[in-house]
Design a protein around this ligand. Structure first.
Ligand SMILES: Nc1ncnc2c1ncn2[C@@H]1O[C@H](COP(=O)(O)OP(=O)(O)O)[C@@H](O)[C@H]1O
Ligand SMILES: [Mg+2]
Length: 363
């Protein structure tokens, strides 16, 4: 069942197309995230859904109900912003009650609902404090309670954790996710932080220049990026310029400098095709030079250039003849397994973990 349908939405600012024909179907109860770099159009799309901006073209539905063209306060949206936007002169309790007063909810019911919302976000005991007597995390809880208390059909959150320090951000994203699941509320969340998006979302839309590049579950986007932008924006990846060539065994491989990479997606590939190859650093296993290679793996030899020991993992840079280097992350951080700088090593990766992207127009 659809929670939010966004159909062919276009929003322009002069010549700039900030939302360029966006189509998204968000399920009822889903936690859906718009992820992309600053300026890609996330806030613009969210504001179109909230009713603060009118798109030039397209339609927006909440369930069966068409909402574009109707004013914000009639859409049934709760909003949480980066800068909290709580009223400085009102206590926690009065901030939370604000939306209920505006909707002329009876006083007794206001009390009950505000109490429940305050308890949901764990602010009991702070009801009478003013915003300047609260920490950043507490302020954001007030903002969340205020958005939820009106029992919105849709919850919209625009970078709600950006002003908090790193540790609190991680804590609060877990809380937001738990709260959302408990209430089953359809949520559209905006962030530029890929780790936050991966950790909190049912599905993610990755955006660039007003366009949706890919929609998928977090692991789909991470493991099967559809283009080099998504591959590069989400997580860390080795990206290499390659050319398809035939190796000594007569197999089509991608060649970068002196190094050959085995491919599975050889369909339609022909010698001379130029492409970009992406391999995640953790898809590559570092082995001793005489170690056997599992079936389905492609192996290479190189030399350790440097490494960083990070406790739970080691980051290696492995060099090859020519200028090619790969980042490899190993979770096998046992002291006697650590390779030394200058040591020759074998590496292998499951062939399907090498993703190829053709360069230029489709060939
Ligand atoms: N009111 C506006 N007038 C003109 N340009 C705007 C306005 N709001 C946003 N933009 C432009 O639209 C693009 C998308 O902005 P925005 O939606 O805020 O991106 P994001 O939230 O992803 O950082 C940017 O290039 C921004 O400068
Ligand atoms: Mg924004």
């Amino acid at each position: 069942m659809p929670g939010i349908s966004i159909r062919n939405v276009i929003k322009r600012f002069g010549d700039l197309v900030a939302a360029n024909n966006i189509n998204l179907e968000i399920e009822k109860g889903e936690f859906f995230t718009l992820l992309g770099p600053s300026g890609c159009g996330k806030t613009t799309l969210l504001r179109c859904i909230a009713g603060f901006l009118d798109p030039e073209e397209g339609q927006i539905h909440f369930g069966e109900r068409r909402v574009d063209g109707i004013p914000t306060h009639k859409r049934g949206v709760g909003m949480v912003f980066q800068n909290y936007a709580v009223f400085p002169h009102l206590s926690v309790q009065d901030n939370v009650k604000y939306g209920l007063k505006a909707r002329k909810v009876p006083a007794g019911e206001q009390e009950d609902r505000a109490r429940q919302a305050i308890s949901l976000v764990q602010l009991e005991g702070l009801e009478n404090r003013l915003p300047n007597q609260l920490s950043g995390g507490q302020l954001q809880r007030v903002a969340i309670a205020r958005a939820l208390v009106i029992e919105p059909e849709v919850l919209l959150m625009d970078e709600p954790l950006s002003n908090l320090d790193a540790k609190l951000r991680v804590e609060m994203r877990g809380e937001i996710r738990m709260l959302q699941q408990k209430m089953g509320i359809t949520t559209l969340y905006v962030t530029h932080d890929q780790e936050e998006a991966l950790s909190i979302s049912d599905r993610i839309a990755v955006m660039e220049y007003g366009l949706v590049r890919q929609v998928g579950k977090p692991w789909e986007i991470y493991v099967r990026p559809q283009d080099t932008f998504v591959a590069g924006f989400i997580g860390t990846t080795n990206m290499l310029d390659c050319e398809v060539t035939v190796d000594k065994a007569g197999i089509l491989v991608a060649r970068s400098g002196q190094v050959s990479f085995g491919l599975t997606q050889s369909d339609g590939l022909a010698q001379g095709v130029k492409l970009q190859l992406a391999i995640r650093p953790e898809a590559i296993t570092i082995r001793d030079i005489d170690e056997p290679i599992p079936d389905g793996h492609w192996s290479m030899e190189g030399k350790i250039v440097r490494f960083e020991y990070l406790g739970s993992m080691i980051k290696y840079e492995v060099g090859f003849s020519g200028d090619v280097a790969l980042l490899v992350i190993s979770y096998d951080a046992e002291p006697d397994k650590i390779k030394n700088v200058g040591q020759r090593v074998k590496m292998s990766y499951p062939i399907e973990r090498a993703k190829i992207f053709r360069k230029g127009p489709a060939q």
